[in-house]
Design a protein around this ligand. Sequence first.
Ligand code: HEM
Length: 210
Amino acid sequence: MTMVDRINTASRKVPVWVLYVAGALWPAWLLYLAATGSMGPEPVKALEQELGRLALKALILGLLVTPLRAVAGINLIRFRRAIGVLTFYFVSVHLLVWLVLDVQILSEIWKDIVKRPYITVGMGAFLLMTPLAITSNNWSVRKLGPKWRKLHRLVYPTVLLGGVHFIMVGKTWEADALMYMAVIVTLLGWRVWQVLTRARVQKPKQPLPT
Ligand code: HEM
């Protein structure tokens, strides 16, 4: 048995609900750390940052599923919907922390969105993700048919905006943010290359989630 077979066999044993439960509890754990003083002198900012990074990692993980299967043979397709739904949940909590714990004043929210370009870009990413989250149920997948797959291409500008948002948060060119962006550009570049060369490695075509 090869290493890839081992990974695939092991991953098949993990029920998808385990991922949902772990993912649902993660922000709660971060919130607990912030509330109990384990996140340093600026817990709200630290919480915002941790949640933002978590959301971006989850977005990237979702984007990794297809190349992982095509290039390495590692099949995580059955986790893809959970990864997508959890990503939206992480971004929503990230946004809520900003609204409820950071800005707080209703009249300041719109001002912040318009005046701070990194917030504008983050909000753009959130808005692009929203239709994906709404249509992540079986009914929408059936109802939309091939349009569902087309709609889900919105994930590409979403992750790009997420990466740009991270770069813009820093006052200088932060190495961390640039590294995330390099990974994002590589993953998007891989897809462009796939389309250009028409070398669709995924055979048979990926089934729609059931
Ligand atoms: C796909 C959507 C989003 C992603 C992937 C994302 C990701 C991130 C990342 C990676 C960071 C930086 C973490 C660090 O510095 O360690 C961050 C910071 C932040 N984000 Fe987002 N974000 C998104 C949407 C939003 C939205 C919608 C808002 C609010 C409207 C927002 C507000 C903030 C704030 C206030 C910070 C902290 C800035 C600071 O350090 O002072 N983000 N986000």
